[in-house]
Structures are given as C-alpha cells and as structure tokens.
Design a protein around this ligand. Structure first.
Ligand SMILES: [Zn+2]
Length: 414
C-alpha cells in the first residue's frame, strides 16, 4: 500500500477528496498530509447544494491526532465556489467543522481531556496554546447548546455562584432529577431567573412541581410571577438553611474568640472548621477536643447546638410535626441572646412555608450540593475566570449534559 493510500485510510479521506502526498519531516517530528479535492470533481454550493462554478481555492491546515508519535497536519487547497444565488462560498470539508484549525477527531480528543483536566494542563499535554484549547471548548459548548432540546424539569434548583473574588454572580438553574445545568445567566437578580422561565410556555411551566432555592427575594419574586401556585412549589432546601445557620455559628465564634483572647483565653483559637463539620464528619483526631468544646459553657457551642437542633425539622415527613419542631426551636433561638442566630431564626420564620414545602416534597439538596462542589472545583482549577462568558461556558461544558463532539465524530458521547 502506498503511504498516500495508508493515510487516506487513517484519516478517512474519501472521494471527492484524495491524499496526494505525505511529507515526513523527521527534524520537526511532523507529518504533513496533502489532501486535494479531485480537480475534475463537481462542486456544489455548501449553502443550497446546487451545482456551482469553481472560483478559486485557499490553503488551509488542520491539526490531526498524532500518527506514530508524529504531529500530524492535514493540508488542503480548499476550493471556493461561486453560486449564482449565494455568491462565493468555501466548500466544507468532511474532517473538520467550519472555523476550526483541528480535525474533528482531534477536537474530540481535546474534549475528552478537558473533562479530566484544566485548560492549561490540556494545552501542555497536547502541545497547544491556551487559546486553542479554549477555542475547542467554546465550540463544543456552542454545538452542544444548539443541539439540545430543552424540556422543563419537574424539579429544578436555582442557585447563585460568584465567579471571582469580587462579588460578581451568575445564576445557575439545574434539573434536579437529571442533575444537569440547564441555564446560566448573568447576575443574581429577578431578570436572571426570568430569562430561564421565559424560554418555556405557560403550559410547560405548569409541569414544574418544585423549585429549590435559597431564601433570596429576587428568585422568589421571579418564581411567583412565572409559575401558577408558586407558593406551594417554592422550596427552601436544607442545604441553604444549613449554610445560613453555619455562617451564624461562625459569626458567634469570631466575636467570642475575640473577646476571649482579649482576656488571654485561647479556647476557641483554631477551631473555625470544627464547628462547620456535620457532627458525624468531625475528623477522628479532633473528636475529643470537639467534644470538650461542645460541653463548655460557650456562646459558640450554644449556637452550634441550635443549628444542629434546627436540622431536626428535616427528620419529619409531614408539615405539622415539622412546624411543631420549628415553633419550639424558634422560641429557644430567639431567647438565645445570640444575635447572628436570632437573625437567621427570623429569616427562617419568614420563609417557613417554603421550608415546609421542601421537607414535605422531599426536595433533597444532594444534586444542588453536588453541582456546587463541581463549580467550586472548576474555579479552583482555573484559578478564577477572566469573565462571565468563560465561567458560563465551563459550567455548560462540565455540567450541561451536552453532546459536545463534532458531528462527524461518530462514537457516542457520554
Ligand atoms: Zn447556493
């Protein structure tokens, strides 16, 4: 077999295209495969498919998967055609998508790597620039979004997440049953969530049974305006309530630690994380210390116990018993003389119906927490995102459940 035939096979180049030459450059470790469009083959307008006249051609190159360790480049004079209706158009090539400097197979490999590693790591591994890898990622997301057919979920979760240290936010809307992010919008106001609801008809929106969210005014307002009987569907999930209480415990600890240290007492020094663990997840080595701390007459340990007691509401299955637990808890919390706890207690009271909705409907926080964890991981590995657009794309890439491969790559996406 001649090497031109071999490469035609490897690259899947078929009529009307053909491999005319293979140029092995040992010194630079590259193979350049010359491909041409058969000179006597007919050409058609890529837009309407009607036969057209050849106009001229342009030299283009695509990076392909390495063959036998050699960096492999496909090069072709791509004909341009003149269509009476659409003017001068460049023929599309079967091995690559328009606008890409890579073959579809190569892009698929980059996509596979991107699932596992950061843009920087993939760029180093595959000898690409950061911008090239980023370009593959942006195209993959654009393709995925164009292909998907969005259906309204039964249960959705809405959350805000900041994409930089500065307080700039995006709103993330997820299908809680599929565990897939459906929408990423700028900001965390009413408009951000409205934009999602507006993609559906009223009839479709009526299928939504529960919307899990934080006790956040703009999301509440957007949902009340968009969904019928929304006050029965808005569900303030355990994850967010626990976060607010955890933040309150931390505030109590900070204040108490400051006053204790002024008296030369280091009891609370270095204990920040101990109070934030789920009680069953306190690390083995810290158990004894934590146990001693909890028993001390500290404001912090009182705040912590109040937080843990509040969590008992989620052991209930019906509205009335959960409400009873809340009422007892609230009267203790409000008399606790711990201002941060009292503030959260009042917030919970104002939003109690939505909390009870979540408890009764069994809206779990596992999916939201999982999605949140992945997003935090993306931020860490990217060391922050330069802009919202990149952050949005990264979320869609990793959590959007999109079909990301170029169309000509036949193996199925998972
Ligand atoms: Zn045409």
């Amino acid at each position: 077999m001649r090497d031109t035939d071999l490469y035609a096979r490897i690259l899947g180049v078929e009529r009307p295209w053909r491999v005319t030459d293979v140029d092995l450059r040992l010194s630079s470790g590259e193979v350049e495969v010359q491909v041409e469009y058969g000179p006597s083959e007919r050409v058609r307008c890529p837009q309407c498919g009607s036969e057209a006249r050849r106009y001229d051609s342009r030299l283009r190159r695509w990076r392909h998967l390495p063959t036998c360790q050699y960096k492999t480049i496909l090069a072709a004079q791509v004909p341009r055609v003149e269509c009476p209706e659409h003017g001068v158009k460049t023929l599309s090539v079967p091995w690559s998508e328009p606008g890409s400097g890579f073959t579809a197979l190569f892009e698929a490999v980059v996509i596979d790597w991107l699932r596992e590693a950061s843009i920087l790591a993939v760029a180093r591994r595959l000898d690409l620039t950061w911008d090239e890898v980023d370009g593959v990622m942006q195209r993959a997301v654009r393709r995925g979004l164009a292909r998907r057919k969005l259906t309204v979920p039964r249960r959705l979760g809405v959350d805000e997440t900041s994409f930089q240290k500065r307080h700039e936010y995006v709103t993330v809307v997820a299908d809680l049953e599929g565990g897939v992010v459906q929408h990423v919008a700028d900001g965390h106001g009413k408009k951000a969530l409205n934009a999602y609801y507006e993609t559906f008809s009223d009839e479709e929106l009526a299928h939504i049974e529960a919307v899990a969210m934080d006790m956040w005014g703009p999301y509440i307002a957007a949902t009340l305006a968009a969904l019928p009987a929304a006050d029965e569907k808005i569900a303030f999930d355990k994850f967010h309530v626990a976060m607010h209480l955890g933040a309150a415990v931390d505030r109590v600890r900070r204040e108490e630690n400051r006053s204790l240290r002024e008296l030369g007492d280091d009891t609370l020094k270095g204990t920040k994380h101990l109070w934030l663990y789920h009680p069953e997840r306190v690390p083995e080595k810290s158990l004894v210390r934590f146990d001693q701390l909890v028993r001390k007459a500290l404001k912090t340990s009182r705040a912590w116990m109040l937080k843990e007691l509040a969590m008992e509401m989620w052991e209930c299955r019906d509205r009335e018993s959960a409400r009873k637990i809340f009422t007892a808890w609230y009267s203790w919390a409000i008399r606790s003389r711990l201002d941060p706890i009292k503030r959260v207690a009042r917030m919970i009271k104002r939003h109690l119906d939505g909390i009870l909705n979540a408890i009764v409907a069994g809206v779990t926080n596992a999916r939201l927490e999982g999605i949140n964890t992945v997003i935090q991981g993306l931020k860490r590995s990217a060391r922050g995102f330069r802009n919202r657009e990149r952050f949005r794309n990264a979320i869609y890439f990793h959590l959007g459940g999109l079909v990301l491969y170029p169309a000509s790559v036949t193996h199925s996406d998972s």
